[in-house]
Design a protein. Sequence first.
Lengths: 786, 503
Amino acid sequence: MNYYSKRPLADIPQSAAVGSRVPHESAVQHVTGTARFTDDLHSRHTDVLHAWPIQVFVVHAKVDAIDTTAALEVPGVVRVLTAADVPGVNDAGTKGDEPLFNDHVRYYGHSVAWVLGDSVEAARRGAEAVKVDYTELPAILNAKQAIAAQSFQGFQPVMARGDLSDGFDQADHVFSGEFEFGEQEHFYLETHAALAMVDESGQLFIQSSTQHPSETQEIVAHVLELSSSQVTVQCLRMGGGFGGKEWQPHGLAAVAALGATLTGRPVRVRLNRTQDMTMTGKRHGFHSTWKVGFSNDGRITALDTTLTADGGFCLDLSEPVLSRALCHVDNAYWVPNIRVAGRIAKTNKTSQTAFRGFGGPQGMIVLEDILGRVAPQLGLTPEELRQRNFYVPGQRTPYGQVVEQSERMPQIWDQLMTSSEFGARRAEIDAFNQGSEHVKRGLAITPVKFGISFNLTAFNQGGALVLIYKDGSVLINHGGTEMGQGLHTKMLQVAATALGLPYDRVRLAPTRTDKVPNTSATAASTGSDLNGAAVKNACEILLARIAPVAAGLLGVAADDIRFADGKVSGLGSDKSVSWEEVIKAAYFQRISLSSTGFYRADGLHWDLAKFEGSPFKYFVYSAAVSEVEVSGFTGAYTTRRVDILHDAGNSMSPLIDIGQIEGGFVQGAGWLTLEEIVWDSSDKESKGRLATQGASTYKLPSFSEMPADFRVKLFEHATEPGVVYGSKAVGEPPLMLAFSVREALRDAAGAFGDLAKSVILKSPATPEAVFWAIERARTNTPAEIG
Amino acid sequence: MTDTAAKASTRKLTVRVNEQDLDVSGVAGHTTTLNFLRDSGLTGVKEGCAEGECGACAVLVSRPDGNGGTQWTSVNSCLIPVAALSDQEVYTSEGLADGDKLHPVQHEMAMRGGSQCGYCTPGFVASMAAEYYRPQRRSCADICGSQSCGSPENLENSPAQCATDHELGANGFDLHALSGNLCRCTGYRPIRDAAYALGEVPTDDRMAKRRGQPAPTAAPFQLQHAEGDFVRPASLSDALDHLAGEPEAVLLAGGTDWGVELAIKHSTAPLTIALDQLDELRTLTQADDYLEIGASLTLSEIEHRLEGDIPLLAELFPQFASRLIRNGATFGGNIATGSPIGDGAPVLLALDASLVLASQGGERVVPLSEYFTGYRASVREADELIRAIRIPTPVAPHARFYKIAKRRFDDISSVAVAISMQVSDGQIRDVRIGVGGVAATPIRATDAESALEGKEWSHETFAAAAQVMSEVGTPLDDHRASAAYRSATAAQSILRFFAEVTP
């Protein structure tokens, strides 16, 4: 043990680079158009082949024959890749249910083979010339049909605590209902892309827009029957990921790799937007049935619910998504008696996958929707009903984890109620609504409690490689990927802090599997926790080696050496030497100047079979207040003001963390109020077709959905012990703050009628959905609620 | 082929991009500017959607400012065949910095957290730069002399007379300039702050100086390519000759519809005839009893030149797609494409507009209400083009345009309703209601018009007309809206008119 490895993970030294408002490390390249993305790279190579998928436009069919003769006659077409070309395992995933080249069409537009051409045009025309014979099969188009047909896949977990019948016996009010909502498209601005080539040494090198390079590597290796050591995957950066590039890039990289291996030429795969939307997975839509009991004073006594995730045609990440959904049904609320059953519908749709929040939002919405619906029937304001049910210290989640720091929830809530002037604005809005017949305003506050860590304990590890060159320059590598969330910026801050160097003295190399192996996906908000601790660990290992050298130069004990601002000094000594001098001396003393770093998040355990344990390192707490204005003529709305108070621990990088909070919030508002995936549910030949397959039909938030007045603050004095520099994860939790927009819309819709009535609001609460809620309020249509 | 075009075809064609000439002599008529730029190594220009919805491909183009100078105009490069930019000047995000010194737009975006993943950023930079250089941009300080409100942090304290709100910065930055750019990461607030933090344009700025010089002329040319020719005719009559010679020719104005066909449906045409720079189609004239708008004027140009003179058009423009689209889109194209959900037609129907159709045989004037014959079909013959739109003046004093869509900026209507009428002595006269989204073509809501015409201005009248309006057309259920919602909001538009208009 030495001084550098004894310091608690959360301790921040003086003059640290962490905690400062630095812009994104690639900001200058972004704004000058010089930041390269995966599909910007192929023009640097000659002889590149372009790939185009052969999509079959029928919802479910058995492929009888694929005739590629005509395609091969199209000028510029070089080869058609089919299942027969696969030397290894024909699976784009790890579960054996997702063939890379298909003999079954399992959703409308499923690809069965790929054409390689000298140009994109040639490949496309080749694909048009391929003839696919198939026999149509009966299809299951949505979760409800799957439930009716008992078409499920994967596990069917049940999370339970207490005694439901006791809970319902204690209830003064029992309500039940059914709730469902569709998928959300990631709509990362950069569609999926990969570029594969056989490099100078004969090894496969793949540039991929992937959140999980190690798994991309693993899939490519099994498809090609290679060892992982023969495949290198690099991810420069992604133009947005949001979970959509956690699993889905693998098969596309494998197509490029297979093509490169068979032809000896670099192969580029890039999905255009239509292909990306019709071929890749989305946030799971869910169906739920629920029954809930409340006491007269508004406390939840029991909740019984069944969540059915619409998984699409294969498992993908549906099981862990469902796990997180179950683990987040409670959100911030104590539910003494609870049973949550989960299952995954198998339907003829794209394979639904990870998306920021990873099931958490889909679980939370069930109880948040219930609270919003029933508050009027309990004679309470929604904010009062929510607050009464908050966890208190010592209580456990339904899966048995102690809700540590649960006191933060009411603290945040109270501070936000005050800072947002909730009470005064409530009165103002009521007055406004009194005087306004056709336009109403609504106000709501909602909480978030979100568990941080991968549910599966093993994934909670991070790796890094830090290199110090003899000129004193530092190059860091880590296992995480950059998708805009600012992870690389934070890792530079961590390394600079740990080494006592100014921020701009550290460089970062692109994420590659030959630098850091066996990495976990950059997902579950854990990127900076896991990789940051690993980078810090590598730096501290190096400092422990360098300190004795400095000690020799300065004549003090090694444990008394301090590194700060690029200088090395000794405690109680006014002498110092430069970082460069020490490094140079270390080199000549034959001290190793590179080190890996590693981190495992401790204290975690999870028993999937019992659905019990302490899977999360900690919880993130947050709350938001939203105010909306709704037109009674159309149901269209604007978001007038949003106040957020968010617990980011000691924010590692405030500019970036605020960006994550705001961006996550708006993305959540998109999911809840705007973004509507529509599948053709007719009986026509187009059944199962994605009707919203472009930006013209699938609307994500634009400037017009930005809150006009957006006030985001970080919760203060929030050091998180046991996490790198006392920070907390920030990627996913803010998305769920957008429940406040949905609840404000419900509030505004209710203002068109009798506020004592329950308002039922579809999700997403598009202008049309809000309009129908208003119509029900105006015409006093009874709420369909038990 | 005419003599002019034959001569023109021999010259070398270039586009000046970031102050360097790029050769476009060999391109196909359907090669988009986006693909051309990326293939030329300018990979800062991104494809996000390939249908003009996301703005990741936005670039700046030199266009006439209407006063003899040049306006830096932002457009979607994914929609414009690069041949159409021959002789023009283009800037991409790569060309804006001055050596190592970031352009002010780039600096504000970078330092304020305006980029996260960075993929949409070059397009935002282009759109923001266009607004930065917009000659009419006037800061709060310019208008009222106040220096106190020039920062985004101080927005809410801005004096009321500056008319700043969250969509208009104290520096005169109109947020609608960014309505065609999508960002999936930031939630937009830092981008807005970057936009509102921009200062005055320094007089020695090279792009500012360029504004004082005329825009490049668009000399006629013809490009021949195995996959489709492209011609910029010398005159209207030259254009009509080409059209008569090739009935399958595509007429190109702003490309905001044809560009989508190119990029999404991979369409090609044997001949593309560029009408965007034809003088005869770029006039705006007031005759005794009508206003004539050239079919190739862009909506942005019309908006700027009318300065609110036709209130119904002034209501339409900010709701019509996005600034990026309006900088290319024309009424000629909007009507010619014949979409039942286009926003132009309902408004022009309510304005009782007519179309001037030109062919080699001469011109004829067709009322817009008689123009559409079916889904994307019209009375226009294959050898005819729309030369101009005529709007009778003076226009009716009471008019409103209601667009029902999921999103306030840059969306396609579920239903669009334009209502225009006179009210004298409490009586409703000259009612015209144009509706989109409820039938195979844009239509006049004649039954609802009848329910209002000659009636008394009263709630009862409008409630009865709304009832009639709920039966308008034959709306469909689709991915944008249900038929029931379309009918309900069409009816609500009548009630809304009554609520909002004071006769």
